[in-house]
Structure formats: C-alpha cells, structure tokens
Design a protein around this ligand. Sequence first.
Ligand code: SF4
Length: 338
Amino acid sequence: MTLQQRKFVEVPTDWPLIGCIAFGVIDRGTNLIQVRPSSSCPLSCIFCSTDAGPSSRNRQAEYVVDLDHIVEWFKIVAKIKRSKSLEAHIDTVGDPLTYPKIVDLVHRLSEIPRVSVISLQTHGSLLSYKVISNLEAAGLSRINLSIDALDPQLAKRLAGTQNYDLEHVLKMAEAISNSRIDLLIAPVWVPGLNDQEIPKIIKLALSIGAGKRWPPLGIQKYVVHRYGRKPKGVKPMTWYKFYKELRMLEERFKVRLVLKPDDFGIVKDAKMPLRFRKGEKVRVRVVGVGWLRGEKLAVDLRRERMVTLVNASHAEVGSTVSARILACKDNIYVAEPL
Ligand code: SF4
C-alpha cells in the first residue's frame, strides 16, 4: 500500500499502550523496556523485517503516540520491575527519529527513577548535528546506528531508496562518537549482498572510537520474517555459520562481536502479567484500523490491553466483537473475530 494510501493514526489517549507490536511499550521480562512512539520510516531497506517505509506493501497505517501517554505507560511497566537499573530502549517498527518529540521523550524518560540507560536504534538518515546535540543534552546514553555498507551505491540499494546519503550518515556516526552519547554500529549482514562490507564496517567502528561504554559493534543476522521484505536470491545464514563467521572476525580484528545480554547489563526481571491466554475467547471493542492489511485494532473491555484482530476487514470500528486469542507472547495480542 503506498504511503499516500496509508492511514496516519494519532493514537487516542484512552487506548492502552501494551498489546500492539507497532506502538507503545513492550516488556519482555527483563530490565530493558522497549519504547515505540511512532512507526514510520523514511527508508525502505530491502531486508527490512518490519516492511517499513514508503515501499511497504503490507502496511495500511502508521501510528504516532502522545508524549505524556507513552511516558505514563512506561512508568506503569517500570513500577513492576525489581532491578535497580532500567534501560529504556527506543526501537520501533520504523525509525524512532520520525517521532516529532523524540528529544522530549528522551528527556522525560531520563527523569524516571531507576532509568539509567536510554538507547535508541536508527539507520541515521534523520540525524543532524543539532539533533545529536539535543539528544545528548536530553540524556541519551547510546545510539545503535545501522550502517550496512560503505560502498555508496550498495548502501542505497540496501536502503531501498536513492535518497539514502551514506556520506551524511558517516558524518553523523563521527559526531555521535565525539559526543557523550555512546555509539554502537549495528549492520545487518545480508549474505551475498554485503559480505565484503562487514570487515570494512568493523574497521570504521574501531577507527572512529565507537563503543566507549558498550561494545562498538552489534552485527545483526538477516532473518526472514513473515511480513518482512525478502531480497531476491538471498539465503539467510544459519545461526551456526553466523556465529562461526563472527568468531573468525573477532580473531582478525581483536574485537568482541558475539554479544550477550550481559554485555548491556540486561538481566531477567518481573514481567507484566498476561491478561489473556492463547485459545481464550475474549470480548473486545474495535477501535481503529490495524497496522497490516486485513487487520483492525481492538481494546479489551477493561481497557487494559490492545489486541490486533487479523482477518478482520469486516469488523466495524465501534462494534464489540468476540474473538479468539491466537498469540499472547510478551503481552502482544493477536486474535481473530469469531
Ligand atoms: S530496516 Fe530500519 S531503517 Fe530500514 S526500512 Fe526497516 S525500519 Fe526503516
């Protein structure tokens, strides 16, 4: 669905912000809480696991969440955690820098007791010197910056748009490295496409001083996702081969590339209780258009969780329907109307 055909939804403040993968807060039972204030992206990476950006075929809506609303739900989740130190990780199904109040969001998160790390994941196109300095002043701890190639033409091809400006992103990488924000360079390794680039990216990360407090690199494996984009002819590496390759690169560059949660101070912690179980029949109110084709968004009658209804083109917004829960992992609910 083209960008023009997509619906742009300002999430109403009476929608709960737990339950939908596309926006809100996600708790996977550790001291890291994912924060998703917007869903849009300016790029259309050909390997994108969330089919983001202007070239998306499956998305029918993009979302943006009110600042107070998302901070309030973050605090609800933070309250149940037992760890002394929490990480707010702004990741999103697009690029978090599309959120107009990203600097205020970082600042507000930094004021919450026990939040000692605020990190953000981006491909960097929307960064500028001013944005970096504002994020630094707001208290951002780390930027996980994805750079997938150092060849400008290949970088454009991987980003799925001729608008991708590698030179700009490289300047921004240096600017981050020279700020108080730590830099972690996080390329996605797409076998057959950017194999030659990975060693170059490792050298770059080391030469510009990435990884002052955390590891300098977080190389990501290309993984096929049901609704993600699949570049033609690309066969994903097995996890075995991926880690073997990383270990060889570790030897060659004398840098740690096989990372564990522990490297980021991530530990298991209390988890928000599930409201529904798989197979359970629930009554929900249909409240809006869903993220992907054929989906609607719904809220349970106690207004505690968002529920994504699949195969729900005919469910009318405003109606109350019965639905069967198909998935409930990490409080992300998918259901089908009965
Ligand atoms: S991989 Fe990231 S930057 Fe690229 S299209 Fe997907 S969300 Fe956007």
